[in-house]
Design a protein around this ligand. Sequence first.
Ligand SMILES: [Zn+2]
Length: 260
Amino acid sequence: MLPRPRGILFFRTLRVAWLAAVLLFLPADLLAETSTSNVVCRSGLAVDRREELAGKLRKITGWSDLKFDRSGAMRLGANSVGGSKKARELLSRVVLGATAVVIEDASKRADVAFCQVLPGKWKANVPESRPAFVVRIDFADFENVMGDARALQAFDAGWGLLHELDHVVNNSLDATCLGEIGECEAHINEMRHECGLPQRAEYFHTYSPLTEDSPFITRLVQLSFEQEVAEGKKKKRYLLVWDANLIGGTNEDKNIAFVR
Ligand SMILES: [Zn+2]
């Protein structure tokens, strides 16, 4: 039996048992104007959040003209400067592929820790047969993360979206026990490397030692990133910390990975 992680699953995907209860019904007009892009924002995702997300993706991909158009569809950039080639490839595969992805604002939802991907279902009157997924992003969760600037650059809503898209496109799995990074985050780490950013050192976050004796009613958790500074030298470590009470996702019963 695999050791049960003390930390909590993070970016967890979904549990088949409650899958039926969370099927999302997508209206016909959602993709009507977006025939050249399979990635589209739901109407509830405010324009400033769309721009915030696009800005993070521009930094990661090096596509300075990546954007969400007026209908909410993601438009890839034409020419890249720097950034991650693998991230550009992943986004291209989704935007130009055969699967529809709808991005939803899940800010301040207690049941979403950072990001989550769920299968969508078309409404009965929609002549659509493409598989569809909904990626929920809790922007507020990312705003509650503190820590080293380099690690914060390697962990934001843009990286969260890419993680969920990797699940969709590559059917990649998350780690199931402490000490593993998991197939999906390994892909995302390759992109961080291409961007010259620290790589996530663990999939699960763990309770911070500060929590043990703290008189405060916070539940601090931490997540490590690391970067090689010189060959043969010890990697430089960067930490992120947050209060799990604010982010959610600390239910021990749900700790073990429920992966697609
Ligand atoms: Zn995942």
